[in-house]
Design a protein around this ligand. Structure first.
Ligand code: ATP
Length: 364
């Protein structure tokens, strides 16, 4: 859903580009090529400003998220295109927590949108499944749950040690993500929402999900709603993925489910995500990390970043251009013009060139 309403289809969209570390830099470069090709044919302009926030900068001068960065992003930009962050030279990846988690929490990006879309039946490990069956989105609550950072350790390192991690579920947090799921299903004509929790065991923290889901679903009588416990849901996704269109769940389960989804649709190299606050500046990134093992070798798949760019274009009200990016990816997969991870022989740069050329051809 274009969650940032576009006043007009024309006009300039201002995009902050943060390539980050490792393969983040390589795949973002290719995504920019493809985005520029798509924008060259339309009435709306994309304006890119690049920021060097990442390990190099941190190691040079200790900066993670610069002073005033959040206010500047809110004031001067419509969206953020992010690569990946993480570098083995930085102890505990301190810069990563400050930069990425800092933006997620301080921009209140409460929706983590992870589409699972199979572009070619040959890419799924599920026997006999095709593109229409592996096609759903996971909407993960992105600001609370077990990842809220609430907890503590007592008598650390002793035989009596206690470690607590608190599962934070607020009325506001649960309601807004569930409501977003119904809005998303309704906007995209998807017809079905499945909410997943573990309320039979987590009788306090997840009971609120049950209650809020029952309330909110009555506002959307045209959408079929269903609840599955997380353990049943993962079995069902593998057994018969075609029954799902929109899945909404908490932070932890969403994290795990979306990696399962990424594998069902061809692997980490292809998976995009959006960190969204509807109507406000939001951040789009490939699901994969900085992958230091393959960085600098020109072998990383740029498709995750290109599909993340398509989500960004949707968010900016530029769905026709987003469609071009997706068609280019589909064409590259069926023509086997891809990187090695999904069976092709192109390098990162060559795969990006192919996609950009395909977009230009679509415009001609
Ligand atoms: P994080 O800890 O942030 O998840 P990571 O760097 O440990 O990141 P990922 O980047 O998520 O791990 O990737 C795990 C592995 O998957 C990589 O080591 C790499 O081999 C493979 N991989 C990830 N992204 C891509 C890609 N775009 N193209 C090809 N292979 C990839």
């Amino acid at each position: 859903m274009p969650s940032k309403p576009a006043e007009t289809i024309s006009g300039t969209r201002r995009i902050a580009v943060i390539p980050g570390d490792g393969i983040g830099v390589e795949v973002t470069r290719e995504a920019l090529k493809v985005l520029k090709a798509a924008a060259s044919g339309g009435p709306s302009k994309l304006e890119f400003t690049e920021f060097d926030w990442g390990a190099e900068r941190y190691l040079r001068d200790g900066t993670t998220l610069p002073e005033g960065a959040i206010q500047m992003l809110r004031r001067d930009f419509d969206a953020i295109l992010f690569g990946a962050i993480g570098d083995p030279r930085v102890p505990a990846n301190k810069h990563a927590a400050d930069i990425l988690l800092g933006m997620r929490t301080r921009l209140d990006l409460y929706v983590n949108l992870r589409p699972v879309e199979l572009f070619d039946h040959a890419l799924t490990p599920l026997r006999g499944r095709g593109t229409t069956e592996v096609n759903f989105v996971v909407l993960r609550e992105n600001t609370e749950g077990l990842y809220a950072g609430v907890g503590g350790q007592f008598q650390h390192g002793t035989p009596n040690e206690v470690a607590l991690q608190v599962d934070v579920n607020t009325r506001k947090g649960v309601e807004r993500i569930i409501r977003y799921a119904f809005e998303y299903a309704s906007h995209h004509n998807l017809g079905r929402v499945c909410m997943s929790d573990k309320s039979n065991a987590l009788t306090y923290g997840h009971e609120i999900w049950q209650r809020v889901f029952s309330e909110v679903k009555t506002e959307y009588p045209g959408i079929e709603s269903r609840h599955l416990y997380i353990d049943t849901l993962v079995m069902e996704i593998v057994r018969d993925p075609g029954q799902f269109r929109v899945i909404v769940t908490c932070n932890l389960f969403g994290d795990i489910l979306s990696d399962l989804g990424a594998q069902l649709a061809g692997g980490l190299g292809l998976a995009p995500s959006g960190n969204i606050h509807p109507g406000r500046i939001s951040l789009f990134e490939p699901v994969h990390g900085s992958a230091p093992d393959i960085a600098g070798k020109n072998i990383a798949n740029p498709v995750g970043a290109v599909l993340a760019s398509a989500l960004m274009l949707d968010h900016l009200g530029l769905s026709p251009q987003a469609g071009m990016l997706r068609r280019a990816v589909r064409a590259s997969v069926s023509a086997r013009q891809t990187t090695q991870d999904i069976g092709g022989s192109l390098g990162t740069r060559e795969a990006g060139d192919w996609l950009a050329k395909n977009v230009t051809k679509q415009l001609a």
